[in-house]
Design a protein around this ligand. Structure first.
Ligand code: GSH
Length: 215
């Protein structure tokens, strides 16, 4: 399977960690948003990363890709089979992608991706706004992060991958939740980072991300 994208993106990392959890072989084809590569644009008609090509099948959007991978390779399931954990897993995926992402990516784009990678000036006022929004978002997570197990219950899920992936990307701009202020998040996040699949992708990220001061 080909994965189009770059591992600085929380959405791309989510797909690669899911593939690694399932023991799938994938090849990362480094692509930036709106990359002109025609194969990429077929897989991702709006030019967003990630996208995949699996045989003749193409798909974009991290959550759609995880649903596809879970249906095709159900062991281990990342979307639980039972109703309540399934609902909770999808909620945490949504929380990561749209709530943490909505605020956190204002910081990542304006302090790192724009100025350092794309060489366009960041908007510091928007970055500040994102920083101001994050504490309430982390306070919620601190209240629900479990002392043991995972966000959706006993089973590691898409929710854990999505939230942890956002946190890792925000560490590039020192916008990840501080361990002293949010100890429950820190303990849960450390458990995610200790998983072999996560470590595998972190190594690939270190080798393919263009910066020296990585998180
Ligand atoms: N909902 C999408 C979001 C993907 C997304 O927004 N990716 C960003 C990079 S982190 C992107 O490609 N942005 C370019 C754009 O919006 O034009 C997913 O889960 O894959």
């Amino acid at each position: 399977m080909l994965v189009f994208g770059a591992l600085l993106s929380p959405y791309v990392r989510k797909v690669c960690v899911a593939a690694a959890e399932k023991g799938l072989d994938y090849q990362l084809k480094i692509s930036r948003p709106r990359d002109p590569d025609p194969d990429f644009l077929i897989a991702s008609p709006f030019g967003k990363i990630p996208a995949i090509k699996d045989g003749d099948f193409t798909l974009c959007d991290s959550t759609a890709i995880l649903a596809y991978l879970d249906a095709k390779h159900p062991a281990p399931r990342l979307i639980p089979a039972d109703a309540e954990p399934a609902g909770r897993a999808m909620w945490f995926d949504e929380y990561a992608d749209t709530i943490v992402g909505h605020s956190g990516l204002k910081v990542l784009f304006n302090r790192f991706v724009g100025p350092k990678l794309f060489k366009v000036p960041g908007n510091e006022a928007i970055a500040e706004q994102g920083m101001a929004e994050l504490p309430a978002i982390w306070a919620y997570l601190e209240g629900v992060a479990p002392a043991e197990g995972w966000l959706a219950g006993a089973t590691f899920s898409i929710g854990d991958i999505a939230v942890a992936s956002m946190i890792r990307s925000l560490a590039y701009v020192s916008a990840a939740p501080d361990a002293a202020a949010y100890p429950a998040i820190a303990a849960w996040y450390a458990r995610v980072c200790a998983r072999p699949a996560w470590r595998l992708v972190a190594e690939q990220e270190a080798a393919t991300t263009p910066r020296t001061d990585k998180p």
